[in-house]
Write a protein that binds this ligand. Structure first.
Ligand code: CP
Ligand code: NVA
Length: 329
């Protein structure tokens, strides 16, 4: 496998073998980290992290991952750089590529990260756009490997806003890895037909199925992994909360819903999550709409079945694997 110089923009660009290779590499990095083994194989290199939206996990995984690999890191937040305002994406990409050996981007349209990659002659990694969140799914599937040993033939069900970045990327990775993917949501929030069609073609080749259903019984039957995400994503209008709460309350992951999945099913969530009112937004939503939990109950979030903290940790190992694979000659 040779990934040197490649971008990581969306999982559609990667084959099953390549995705599995990156996950196994991440597992090796996890062992090294746990055993305190140095792995600063990219000493002397530098990466820049461009964030137009907030982040805890993705930013920290890139920063710690880069530092563990021996690299220098610059973080550029939503304000403070010239990008987009006084300087085009094309000029920003070319300037940064003269100084850095890799560029991470989190922001709005997928086109921006694709354009950065077009103009920068160093690897560009997608740290989340409105359309896709491809680094997240490597950590999700790695967590499934850790739990089940094998993922092929398992079923993952996504409940909630099924046309968001996380749901889109999950559908792609499942269809490429022979995992049955079920999108369980109101039909108005089903993923775009064109992407479903593409994923169904991959699924056919890799021996899995893509199911879209509004019915939670059908959705959760035989599920090994139950996944949800926030009901309103970054960049979407706050005015959407009212409608989403109404539409998605039947899809909240409760203990009763978990019982409809396999007895050994795990609960996954990319995080951050509204499972209580201990956040500013959580409190506001509670005051306005009277709900104390949104996409998942606190009970499920804190249960034994919940693997969300392993999943969050695995962001570090998988992002490190992506940087290493695309930067090491
Ligand atoms: N899951 C995830 O991407 O989290 P952050 O928004 O904190 O990076
Ligand atoms: N769908 C969420 C994912 C956050 C990691 C969002 O875009 O806000």
């Amino acid at each position: 496998m040779n990934f040197y110089g490649r971008d990581f923009l969306k999982l559609l660009d990667y084959t099953e073998e390549e995705i599995i290779y990156l996950i196994k590499l991440a597992m090796e990095f996890k062992k090294k980290k746990q055993n305190g083994k140095r792995h600063d194989y990219l000493r002397g290199k530098n990466v820049v992290l461009l964030f137009e939206k907030d982040s805890t996990r993705t930013r920290c995984a890139f920063e710690v991952g880069a530092m563990d690999l021996g690299m220098g890191v610059t973080y550029l937040g939503p304000t403070g750089s010239q990008m987009g305002k006084k300087e085009s994406i094309a000029d920003t990409a070319r300037v940064l590529a003269r100084m850095y050996d890799g560029i991470e981007y989190r922001g709005f349209s997928q086109q921006i990260v694709e354009d950065l990659a077009k103009y920068a002659d160093v690897p560009v990694w997608n740290g989340l756009t409105d359309e896709f969140h491809p680094t997240q799914m490597l950590a999700d599937v790695m967590t499934m490997y850790e739990e089940f040993g094998e993922v092929r033939g398992r079923k993952l069900v996504f409940l909630g806003d099924a046309r968001n970045n996380v749901a889109n990327s999950l559908m792609v990775i499942c269809s490429k890895l022979g995992i049955d993917f079920c999108c369980c949501a109101p039909s108005s929030l089903f993923p775009k037909t064109e992407l479903v069609k593409k994923c169904r073609e991959f699924a056919r080749v890799h021996g899995s199925e893509i199911l879209l259903t509004e019915d939670v019984e059908e959705g959760l039957a035989n599920a090994s992994a139950v996944y949800t995400d926030v009901w309103v994503s970054m960049g979407e209008a706050d005015s959407l909360w009212k409608e989403r709460i109404k539409l998605l309350t039947p899809y909240r992951v409760t203990k009763e819903l978990m019982k409809k999945a396999n007895p050994d099913a795990i609960f996954l969530h990319c995080l951050p999550s509204f499972h209580d009112t201990n956040t500013t937004i959580g409190k506001e939503i509670h005051e306005k709409f009277g709900v104390t939990e949104m996409e998942v109950t606190d009970e499920v979030f804190e249960s034994k079945q919940s693997k969300v903290m392993d999943e969050a940790e695995n962001r570090l190992h998988t992002i490190k694997a992506i940087m290493y694979a695309t930067m090491k000659k």
